[in-house]
Every structure is written in structure tokens, then in C-alpha cells.
Design a binder for this molecule. Structure first.
Ligand SMILES: [Fe+2]
Length: 192
């Protein structure tokens, strides 16, 4: 049986350094990883959470940007790279962070295997949520991040339709977490 390799913090940083080559987009990856773990640490007061996986998956969620900055295809390239390196769990997050999840038909259309890539665990859902709360390396709100994504991708109708769904999924998940922890996730992300 094939077991996925466990990705250490050190190895995830090595992969980001090798493929990111200090390009400016890697700053965003660090900001998302740090903020995701800050939120994860608060959630950990109530239930178990794998902050090591969360950190590595968040750090590498945009690794596909070494090939393309296309708002959809960078997730596909990240999935391909990390699958090739046998880091299946983190590869899944690269694909599933796109639009807060892709159904099998959309995944297949983008060049992924024809199955759902939808964030399922708390860690898998925190990566796209926190990604949507950080613009480059600065904390923002869900509403302003989605407005800025809409402006930047004006004309990309597939992406824009998916963005409405993504915003609703992110909003609902953030509400669930906030009910659980009794704090604002946007505030936790903003407290650097
Ligand atoms: Fe991304």
C-alpha cells in the first residue's frame, strides 16, 4: 500500500526555496502559513488540529506559481509538483484551495483527475480561508479580498462565477469557526 510521505517543516521550506527562488509571491506563502497556524492554535484549545500539516500545506498552497500565476491553473501545477514528490496530502490542498474547492467536472476541465477536490478537514479548509484573508502579505477582510479578486480577474467568467460560490463557502466556514472559538478570525489574522 502506498503511504503518503510526511512533509516536515524543513522540507516544505526547502521546496519553497527551490521552486520559489525568493520570488515576491513566496512572501504571501509565509504570511498565510503564519496566520493559518495562529488561527489553528486558537482552535486547538477546543479540538485536535495538526498544526504541522497546516503550516506546510499553507506554505506550499501556491507553489504552482513557479509555473503560472493563472488564478486557477497555479493550483493544478502545485498539485502536479507535490504529487510527483509524493506529498499527496499537501498536493490535494494545492488543488482544493482553488475557489474553496472544485467539483469533479471542473477539476477535469482544468487538467486534474476527474474527482472532487473539496477541502474536507479543518486544516484543508483553513488554508483557503486564511489565503482569502491575506492580500500579498497584509491582513485584509474577506469582503475586500473578494472585491479585489473580482477587479483583478474582470473578464474571466469561469473564475468570477466560481468566486461567488467560494465567497459563500469561506463566509460560512469562518462563521462556524467563530461560533466555536468565540473570536473574530479576521482579528486573529490581523494580529501579527
Ligand atoms: Fe492560490
Amino acid at each position: 500500500m502506498n503511504h503518503p510521505r510526511v512533509l516536515t517543516r524543513k522540507e516544505s521550506m526547502r521546496i519553497l526555496a527551490e521552486y520559489g527562488r525568493d520570488d515576491s509571491w513566496t512572501i504571501h506563502c509565509f504570511a498565510v502559513a503564519e496566520a493559518a497556524v495562529r488561527v489553528g492554535d486558537v482552535i486547538a484549545n477546543n479540538r485536535p488540529i495538526d498544526c504541522s500539516f497546516l503550516w506546510s500545506a499553507a506554505l506550499l498552497h501556491d507553489i504552482g506559481r513557479y509555473i503560472t500565476h493563472d488564478p486557477l491553473l497555479h493550483g493544478v501545477e502545485g498539485y502536479k509538483l507535490l504529487s510527483m514528490l509524493k506529498y499527496e496530502k499537501e498536493a490535494y490542498v494545492c488543488a482544493a484551495h482553488i475557489l474553496f474547492g472544485l467539483n469533479a467536472a471542473d477539476a477535469y476541465q482544468l487538467g486534474l483527475p476527474a474527482r472532487d477536490f473539496v477541502p474536507r478537514s479543518i486544516e484543508e479548509k483553513l488554508v483557503p480561508l486564511v489565503d482569502y484573508l491575506i492580500e500579498y502579505d497584509q491582513p485584509t477582510t474577506l469582503d475586500s479580498r473578494f472585491s479585489s479578486l473580482r477587479e483583478r480577474n474582470n473578464g474571466n467568467s469561469f473564475f468570477l462565477t466560481g468566486l461567488d460560490r467560494a465567497q459563500e463557502s469561506a463566509r460560512q466556514f469562518m462563521k462556524e469557526i467563530e461560533e466555536e472559538i468565540g473570536e473574530s478570525v479576521e482579528n486573529i489574522v490581523a494580529c501579527q
